[in-house]
Design a protein around this ligand. Structure first.
Ligand SMILES: [Zn+2]
Length: 506
């Protein structure tokens, strides 16, 4: 008995991380949304722990993911795109602690060209194919990362003043013809099937007993272009679209840009919500397969489901997710679920309303997996919110989250290295206040989220003292960036040494 117990303790927990691109929090049905978009995610949220006030550290994929994976602010320690070498990723940490690490996605911005393959034993990003020559492989890898060529290309795409519809064609052509991807992105069905195939191999193979795994799957629905299948449009009762449009959309992803041009918000919402329902259905199917009685493959697994940012629907005169830092873009869902957590749930609160910084995700995951903290992570574990019952009130002024991105005229950019006219926009959000400062216009905004959750009335002039406090917070935040940059060389050296030590240990 004693031996058995010892053996069980020794077995590390697996981690399954599912991230969903551009899923805004208030479009989950559990949040009271009018359409039935997420029946399965709602169920998981009820079974596990659901966090209702999670703030993304950036309004789009690159800054947000750099914080999710490295537990640092996007601007700190060398920026966010490509992922700087000195920033340690969650995958690197788990790999060094004996995990098999696997990534499955098809998002160019999270590809090997942006450094997201670091720490993964198996990295599928749908870039390049097996049949590509090693010369093409190495040439592309060198060119794309060196001098941030890809950033410049992406910045160029963002800056050209042509109809969005054509920008879409450009991007598709760039990825499919030049880089060698089959499609603009692979859908959730394909990606989750790949994940299932890998899990099957893992659970049937000998590795199961030896090493735990970290499997990350990133889904591109409901990211634009929205071109959902007819059956999911029906499921959410997409009554704003004509039958002709419903038939047409699947074959014409660019159609949504025309709808944007004509500001057909209701129709766009139908398309976006149907894509959410599709992702929800595919996740349901995936979990059903894993949880079959004879399998029970998630038994010793911590599952985390979240999103990188939200999406706007003309609330402030734009569509998509550009450089604005309001809640429709910053608030994302977060669900934790595992057998152990389910046991805790019997006596604990269900929904957690405390403000959560995405930088805190990786430290929390380490804690829940029973692993020691990673010193380079700057976030703090919020596992206590799960373990302890007592409600903690967030300080409405001093407990806040910074969100930030580079941009030019409101369009997000990847870095400001080659263009000084690319500026920063930064927000500081607490449970009660949202302060935003735009370096390009020097415009300051302040919203009282308690009385004005939609952030419609800028009250900056009414609260000069708060204005000073929050502006000072941003100044300090940027000072920290300078300090972190000064130490950058040290950090890179330190990382090299730690990695060398880890290699010796293995
Ligand atoms: Zn994204």
């Amino acid at each position: 008995m004693k031996d058995k117990g010892k053996k069980m303790n020794k077995r590390k927990m697996n981690l399954l991380l599912i991230t969903i691109d551009a899923l805004r929090l208030d479009h989950l049905s559990i949040m009271g949304y009018e359409k039935k978009t997420t029946p399965y995610l709602d169920k998981l949220a009820r079974k596990g722990f659901f966090f209702r006030q999670v703030i993304s550290n950036g309004p789009c994929t690159p800054p947000s993911f750099s914080s999710i994976f490295t537990s640092t602010y996007p601007f700190h320690q060398g920026g966010y795109s490509p992922l700087p070498e000195n920033k340690t990723t969650l995958a690197e940490v788990l790999q060094s602690r004996g995990y098999i690490t696997v990534a499955i996605h098809s998002t160019p911005l999270l590809s090997r060209f942006y450094g997201y393959d670091r720490g993964f034993d198996i990295f599928y990003d749908a870039m390049l194919t097996n049949s590509d020559s090693t010369i093409k492989n190495s040439l592309l890898s060198k060119f794309m990362t060196k001098g941030s060529l890809l950033n410049n290309i992406m910045n160029f795409f963002q800056s050209i003043k042509i109809p969005k519809k054509f920008q879409y064609y450009f991007q598709v052509a760039f990825y499919t013809k030049f880089i060698g991807r089959k499609e603009y992105y692979e859908n959730a069905k394909i990606l989750l099937h790949k994940a299932f195939v890998w899990l099957k191999k893992y659970n049937m193979g000998e590795n199961r007993q030896k090493k735990p795994y970290f499997l990350w799957v990133h889904l591109m629905e409901p990211h634009d272009p929205y071109f959902p299948y007819k059956r999911f449009l029906k499921k959410i009762k997409a009554d704003k679209l004509t039958l002709k449009e419903i038939k047409y959309i699947r074959e014409h992803p660019e159609y949504m840009e025309i709808l944007r041009e004509y500001k057909m918000t209701d129709k766009l919402l139908n398309l976006y919500d149907a894509e959410i329902r599709y992702a929800d259905a595919k996740i349901r199917r995936f979990f059903k397969k894993l949880n079959r009685k004879n399998r029970n493959w998630l038994k010793n697994t911590l599952t985390v489901i979240t999103a990188d940012h939200g999406e706007e629907f003309y609330e402030r005169g734009a569509y998509g997710h550009n450089a604005q830092l309001h809640d429709e873009i910053l608030r994302v869902p977060l669900i934790f679920i595992s057998n152990e957590l389910k046991k805790l749930k019997k006596i604990k609160q269900k929904d957690i309303k405390n403000i959560i910084d995405m930088r805190d995700l990786a430290p929390t995951i380490l804690k829940l997996l029973g692993l020691p903290p990673e010193p380079s992570f700057t976030g703090k574990s919020f596992a206590d919110l799960i373990y302890y019952d007592q409600e903690i009130q967030d300080d409405p002024i001093h407990k806040g989250v910074f969100s930030e991105t580079f941009h030019k005229e409101g369009i997000t950019r990847f870095s400001n290295l080659h263009d000084p006219s690319i500026k920063r926009i930064i927000s500081y959000r607490t449970s009660k206040w949202k302060y935003i400062i735009n370096e390009e216009t020097m415009n300051e905004e302040l919203y009282d989220l308690e009385n004005d959750p939609e952030e419609k009335i800028n009250v900056i002039k009414e609260y000069p003292k708060l204005n000073r406090i929050f502006r000072n917070k941003i100044v300090m935040h940027l000072k920290e960036k300078e300090i972190s940059e000064r130490n950058l060389k040290d950090l890179t050296e330190k990382k090299k040494i730690t990695q060398a030590i880890r290699r010796i240990k293995i």
